[in-house]
Ligand binder design. Structure first.
Ligand code: ACO
Length: 311
């Protein structure tokens, strides 16, 4: 049996910082409201010269370098995004060309904020089946281009950024041990995009609290483990109150949950891989630790991945 795990990671966030106090100047909101309701203090916003594929490229380049492989060794590129440069060619195809990953198949995945979980699970399946050796998975969003900056219900929540992982073979006992993916299309009306993002915050909140916790429990059971075995939780960084509910469900202490929402807001498919990179850099994730990642998003969708860290 082959084992598939994350062997390299990279991230990119735009330089421009937009603080809550900057938003106070353009809409009827307050730093206090945003902090207490969401935990967000600031977010990064990409300029006109930086589209989704540009951020994806920077994160992917870092991940490939970190993995120590050549772009030509990549068999498949999966880009989780709901904000591609255009419907087609996909961001994955644009990356394939820019990276020189000439042997890779390429496609985008649309599962909103759960997209990176869908990407990791798909990568794992291709690798454990023996079909492919290396799969590049990117989570990237330029949500600022589909944000209605006159709608305070949504505009304060989102940010731009990219995170990437190279998934490849790892030693026995390590890598992705289980995943849990799901969807409830009947809830599509609560979070959707026409020109801009529209959201029924309260309904999404209820859904997120329920599914984040339950998906964590399911993925732990699927891996044949128990709550006590989990060393670190990386939840989708949408809202600190939703993240806290997942942490409490797993009975983990505060320091064992990743928190980057205060710096970047909700970057949708990018939030989990960005957080993963930052926790690795901070030395909070070590070999053989059990990591649970969990996300939810428009669709409605959810997904959790449990892995034992290390190559
Ligand atoms: N500043 C000030 N007041 C605001 C703001 C704002 N930015 N936004 C809304 N309000 C007001 C509303 O108008 C409303 O006022 P009213 O009661 O007079 O009508 C009130 O605040 C709403 O208050 P609550 O309902 O108590 O707010 P709540 O505690 O539910 O927080 C929030 C709202 C933060 C949106 C929460 O519901 C939430 O986080 N929901 C989940 C959202 C989410 O995670 N979405 C991401 C999906 S991921 C994806 O796929 C992109």
């Amino acid at each position: 049996m082959l084992n598939a795990g994350i062997i390299g990671v990279g991230r990119y966030v735009p330089e421009k910082v937009v603080k809550n106090t900057d938003l106070e100047k353009i809409m009827d909101t307050s730093d206090e409201w945003i902090r207490t309701r969401t935990g967000i203090e600031e977010r990064r916003i990409a300029g006109d010269d930086m589209d989704t594929s540009d951020m994806a490229f920077e994160a992917a380049k870092n991940a490939i370098e970190h993995a120590g492989i050549s772009p030509k060794e990549i068999d498949l590129i999966l880009v989780a995004t709901v904000t591609p440069d255009q419907p087609f060619p996909t961001v994955a195809c644009m990356l394939q060309d820019r990276l020189g990953a000439t042997n890779a198949a390429a496609m985008d995945i649309s599962a909103a904020c759960a997209g990176f979980m869908y990407g990791l699970a798909t990568a794992q399946q291709f690798i454990v089946s023996g079909t492919y050796r290396y799969v590049l998975v990117v989570g990237v969003e330029k949500l600022s281009k589909i944000t209605d900056w006159s709608d305070r219900n949504t505009a304060v929540l989102f940010g731009d950024g990219a995170g990437a992982a190279v998934v490849g073979p790892v030693s026995e006992g390590r890598g992705i041990l289980a995943f849990d993916l799901g969807a409830d299309g009947s809830g599509g009306k609560y979070l959707y995009q026409d020109r801009y993002i529209h959201m029924n915050g309260r309904e999404v909140f209820k859904f997120a609290v329920r599914q984040m916790g339950e998906s964590c429990i399911r993925v732990i059971e699927k891996a044949g483990l128990s709550k006590e075995d989990v060393d670190f939780l990386i939840p989708h960084q949408a809202n600190i109150r939703i993240m806290e509910s997942a942490r409490q469900r797993l009975e983990l202490p505060v320091e064992k949950m990743s928190k980057t929402v205060h710096k970047y807001g909700n970057t949708s498919a990018a939030s989990i891989p960005i957080s993963l990179v930052e926790e690795l850099e901070a030395g909070k994730i070590k070999d053989d630790q059990v990591i649970v990642m969990v996300g939810f998003g428009g669709g409605l969708t959810w997904g959790a991945v449990l892995l034992r860290w290390g190559r």
